[in-house]
Design a protein around this ligand. Structure first.
Ligand SMILES: [Zn+2]
Length: 252
């Protein structure tokens, strides 16, 4: 499905059945939201959907703060209706724009970083010293998004193991914290990759598939809710309420 058609279908579904379904269905499970950048270009973002303005993100955070907000590494609250907030790729705006808003609304935030992006040392991505200071922030947790941001489904078992363990070991050394969470680059994952990620020692693997995390969810294949740059607060509300779950998302 092309992005344009996907958006049209989703908007129609959201408007027609969203409010009804949210009244009919019991609201349980954790919604893990997926953002990328704030007010800066996202590499390869042809549809311009992954960079949200700071003003709109502020409105989103006001909405999100109405729910129970759980740090992403916590798995206890998956039975209750809760929201966790994640950012992929480690863009600089995570530090400059997202952290101040998280402080305003007291929302735990999680960033998934790729080692080689960080080693570039900016200006697009966070630097190593940014990561070190973020690791000390009370509201921030950091997870792994691969070493070179490679599509793991296209490489051998040994290469996947290396891609994940090198990135994990580097992050733990840099921050002094255990890194137990992984976001699969490009959202590309299958059973083979999920198993290797578990063997490396990750406790949770996050995909780009739309959906809600329940107690029955495989911890290595956790669905997320893809938030786009032009999503209004109303759209965010309907996504959190499950109206867009017909979609199978993909991401850059
Ligand atoms: Zn990515």
């Amino acid at each position: 499905m092309s992005f344009r058609i996907k958006r049209l279908v989703a908007a129609t579904v959201s408007q027609t059945i969203g409010e009804i379904s949210c009244r009919l269905r019991p609201m349980t499970g954790r919604r893990v939201l997926m953002y990328h950048a704030v007010g800066e270009p996202v590499v390869g973002d042809r549809n311009n959907i992954y960079s949200i303005s700071k003003q709109l993100l502020s409105q989103h955070f006001a909405e999100i703060s109405e729910y129970t907000n759980t740090p992403v590494a916590s798995r206890e609250d998956t039975a209750e209706l809760s929201v966790s907030v994640t950012f992929d790729d480690g863009y600089k705006s995570f530090l400059t724009e997202v952290v101040p808003l998280a402080e305003t609304y007291q929302i735990p935030i999680h960033v998934f970083i790729s080692r080689e992006f960080i080693l570039q040392g900016g200006p697009i991505y966070l630097s190593e010293s940014d990561v070190t200071s973020l690791a000390a922030h009370q509201l921030v947790t950091i997870g792994v998004h691969g070493n070179q941001h490679r599509d793991l489904t296209l490489i051998s078992d040994d290469e996947v193991y290396s891609e994940l363990s090198v990135a994990r070991d580097w992050l733990e050394q840099l921050t002094g914290h255990k890194a137990s969470t992984l976001s699969y680059p490009y959202g590309r994952v299958n059973q083979r990759i999920a198993q290797i990620a578990a063997d490396v020692g990750f406790e949770q693997g996050f995909t780009s598939r739309y959906g809600v995390q329940s107690t029955a969810t495989n911890h290595m294949l956790v669905p997320r809710i893809d938030v786009w740059s032009r999503d209004s607060v109303r759209t965010l509300h309907s996504k959190v309420r499950g109206a867009w779950s017909v979609l199978k998302g993909s991401h850059k």
